[in-house]
Design a protein around this ligand. Sequence first.
Ligand SMILES: Nc1ncnc2c1ncn2[C@@H]1O[C@H](COP(=O)(O)OP(=O)(O)OP(=O)(O)O)[C@@H](O)[C@H]1O
Length: 428
Amino acid sequence: MTSSSSSSRSRNPSNGVRSTPDPFAYSTTSTYSKSSVSRKSGACWNPIKAVARNIVGAFVACFTPPDPEGYKKFWGSGDFRSPSVAPKMSRTNSERRGSNRAIYSNSTKEKVPGSMKFTMEGISKATRNFSPAFKIGQGGFGMVYKGRLDDGTFVAIKRAKKSVDDKHLGVEFQSEITTLAQVEHLHLVKFYGYLEHGDERIVVVEYVPNGTLREHLDGVHGKVLDLAARVDIAIDVAHAITYLHMYTDHPIIHRDIKSSNILLTEKLRAKVTDFGFARLAADIDSGATHVSTQVKGTAGYLDPEYLRTYQLTEKSDVYSFGVLLVELVTGRRPIEPKRELRERITARWAMRKFNNGDAISALDPRLQLTTGTNLAIEKILELALQCLAPRRQNRPSMRRCGEILWSIRKDYRELSAMDLRSYSSNSQ
Ligand SMILES: Nc1ncnc2c1ncn2[C@@H]1O[C@H](COP(=O)(O)OP(=O)(O)OP(=O)(O)O)[C@@H](O)[C@H]1O
């Protein structure tokens, strides 16, 4: 795949579909396809384990355990097990969703994501009639405004463009609200509700105050993100996608994991946003292994196997996550058109460095070099290499990515503490 422009998406004026700048002209089939390759490494689906995974995972994926040592206890090395919470009977999908709701509703004010009702008057009031002063961004879907509800809650209000190609925007709007209504996780942007009023389509979500990861990597917010913060962000994103892939009622593929879709809180923790392209994964209970669908996503992040075959699985998110890991280490955008030819595709350039035993020279030059950093970037790029495997079956699951990152963070913290101790004893 080649692209002469940056990774930002553009709207194709001819059909209104958010697309990459690459001239992809794919047909939509949207069928569930069966194949002999099992989506879950040949394991038989066990409803009891699945429910246990669902409930334990819901807890786990929602909270970052405070103690790195606790990772294995929470995540285990194989299936999730927790005799105290695992139900004894198998349940249907909708009952599983009920379990998730019960857990999540304890931790939030809203009982059900998206259940708040909005009126056009309320939205106009919250945004001072869509005042430009309240505008905080613009994406393929439309303008984004910051608003304040009557109870004082700050929200992000996404107002769909009024376009000649209403049909495609409508599909994106439906996709976003349908997906958002099914999910709730600490590291996914929270869905408050939506409004359809005449030709207005509005999505109201949690306001995340500290800009996008891409802006931070570009240095827009001043302070450079240190490696510890970058690893935390990678873990938050891994947990959020693991949740989408494994703990929702039906697995969800985000399809647009990228640094400008990662919003940061004041404490530099990540919230994944933008579900306009998300869609349900194949139904493994029926033996399907992938969904055949029109290619969507952003240039530079797109899984080459999905591009070639139109077969979409959770591993396409894993590929995009691999690109994100390279971005975190190098600070560069996935495609850097102004660089010399062999450095333009950042992942390819960084992987070449890694394979030549020279990972250090791919490191963001603004990051400090320490023993901990050296080891961590080596390991992060090794994980990125696995995520970027050309064939999906060679990529790790998102859950495995989280585990690996967790242990990278543990080692990094230990080495950083040792560095600090030896520095202070040397300076005495
Ligand atoms: N929940 C939010 N809280 C704070 N700012 C937000 C929020 N959602 C979006 N924004 C801001 O609005 C911008 C546009 O967001 P949006 O999700 O519509 O588009 P995008 O992901 O940047 O682009 P595209 O839709 O083409 O992928 C973001 O880059 C961000 O700066």
